[in-house]
Design a protein around this ligand. Sequence first.
Ligand code: HEM
Ligand SMILES: [Ca+2]
Length: 770
Amino acid sequence: ATVTLRQNDLKQEHSHSEPDVTSKSGLLKKCKPCIDVKCVPQIQCPAHVRMKGHEKPPICDLPAGKFGYCCRSGQNHTAGDQSKERRVFRPLPSILPAAVLEDARISFKNLMHDVAEMKVHRGLPDFTHGLVFHSTPKEDSQNFALSNNALEQVITTQMFGKQEQVPLDDFITNKVHVTFSKTPLAHNCQPPPICLHRHNYRSIDGTCNNPMPQRSHWGAAGQPMERLLPPAYEDGIWTPRIHATDGSPLSSARDISRVLFDDVQRPHAKCNQLTMQFGQLLAHDISQSASVRLDEKGGLVQCCTEGGKSMLPKEKTHFACLPISVAPDDEFYGAFGVRCLNLVRLSLVPSPDCQLSYGKQRSKVTHFLDASPIYGSHEQAALELRTFRGGQLTMHHEHGRDLLPLTDDKSACGGGESGKTCFKAGDGRTNQIISLVTLHIVFGREHNRVAKILSELNPTATDEWLYQEARRIVIAELQHITYNEYLPAVIGPQQMKRFRLVPRNQGYSTDYNVDVNPAITNEFSGAAFRMGHSSVDGKYHLRDGGSIEIPDVMFNPSRLRQPAFYDDMLQTLFTQPMQEVDSSITHGLSRYLFRGDNPFGLDLAALNIQRGRDQGLRSYNDYLELMGAPKLRHFGIFPKEVADRLSSVYRSPDDIELWVGGLLEKAVQDGFVGITFAEIIADQFARFKQGDRYFYEYDEKVNPTAFKPEQLQEIRKATMARLICDNADHSTLHEVPVAAFVQAQFPGNKMVSCNDPKLPKVNLKAWANH
Ligand code: HEM
Ligand SMILES: [Ca+2]
């Protein structure tokens, strides 16, 4: 029998250690409302973690019967820290000493010296892994220049820190106010873009969303990720954590993966694989990191010798290498003699405020939830996807139906043999798995469907108007489906209420907050939202009884050109159960990721763990504290089997990684992730809502292109089921489940025909006569 590694047996659910709020009579006391600020869950007031008990902000009532804080410091985890006195004896120089700059320059130049240029061949799993960070060739070369500038800044910061003996804490809490301006490292210190046209549509690259001029870059493509808590780097700046809390070396990420994450079939009782697939599309909308490259052509860095037989010798190793060591007795890789899995660190952005600081990871796509995988995150890429007639996106017409356009960009696809099909869309990862391409087609067709109806209603409208209006409607549908159908399934109704994420039935929302930065957090992209990896099933079961192994359809979507495949895949997605989000990861991801024609692939679980160290994520316990939940003190609170496995790879509960700890939690009520991931995800989607002026529920006081009340009422009818119906081929698909993320056989759900009145339509007549 397989052992469940989840905390299901735990008595102590992470009940929040709330302040004492019961009166002597045992009745709940009502808290005073906050003055001037909103009442927020503790995780949204991170500065409190470092405050002493008596400095905590006043408590207040949240929806769903929970308590929060009247938070004045907002998202800023370093707010309210006034310990400047420490430096009275030896103040820091306010300008960078020339010697530090020169030393750093030389050191940076030397970094690339003697690096072994290991060719990463097309077709190898490492090559395909590199594709996951691809956007466009132009972006790749820009990224190289920016990344180098950022790295030189980081090295300078490290040298300065050493010379001036700056305490580690001062860097991670942004207390060092030394600037790069007037140095050669300042050439990327540019003021935020100037936004002239106040009443435009949402820009393609996400700039000019926040109305305050100094914040016009918030959430734009290429901007840094934010953090919930300060980074956990060995030096506070960029050196990855390699030591456990007791000073011993951390276990290898591969060892943690193989000991803790089995491959066990545990189908979710309610959700289907469409939920998984929609999650990945969302993930690609809101986050794409970049990896450090060898050159401006995007050459890949390799940290292991040929075939992963060993790590490269230190002096030949690229500075961005963070390879994963594999034990000789590894039950899978051992047989292939593999002792090293390649991992290259994420590239950084030059310091946005032009000051010395720790490394900040770059996200290449717009942070906003704005359908950027459909439209692109860069102006040029967006233009290349349009026909410039009738507002339409370019499609590839075949067998009487539309697929995404084919691409000849070699970096969009794996193998590169001729005859292989790869599709083009707004995101570099579109071809990563065939069911992802399928959803891309759904949304691409929806755009064209909407644009066509708009053009019939408005015969004189220009291509530009039709494109922009259709885009605005599709983004709104995506947002509505996300907040109305998808998110509640993930984080449960309680979190939806506590974080004020529930869409309104009527009227406009007033949740916009000009102080909220919509940026993705490292904790979200590096751990919490990677929960989706556990929900993936290793096989697609097709309607005709056949099945496909997932590694066979990674960067290989040719099957979509078979006439019935698209409809069949959609049906597979909504009938096949999602896998539970827990400590099981399919071998399709943990052994055979991007296998191609090779006997073995990569281990995504190990990559996630190692990536967390690269991104400076703190330990799971630190995030429990941030939420106000009790920290884990010993492994004994887990079932014995779990405790034994945990203690074989971790010295103390304080060493458990965020991604690991989060997956071991039992799911929240009516959601499928544990409370820690639920809170990090809820916080992130609250940022996307409160920090996006163009969010579909806002009125014209906030959103320059707000929907009219009657238009907004129509958007509220959008459902995933209708979206699929409207964009299926109807060759084999004629019915959909009403709740499209729920298995059709689940009580309360049912299959209905696409013309059934139970599936309301967004009536575009509300957009007539413009
Ligand atoms: C269908 C199979 C999937 C495959 C093959 C896959 C593969 C990958 C790979 C290779 C990475 C980069 C790993 C690294 O080097 O750090 C990644 C990152 C990520 N994945 Fe997945 N993934 C899948 C599904 C999902 C799902 C369902 C979700 C969410 C619901 C998800 C969320 C993420 C997120 C948030 C990241 C980080 C993105 C970034 O910031 O760069 N993935 N995935
Ligand atoms: Ca986006």
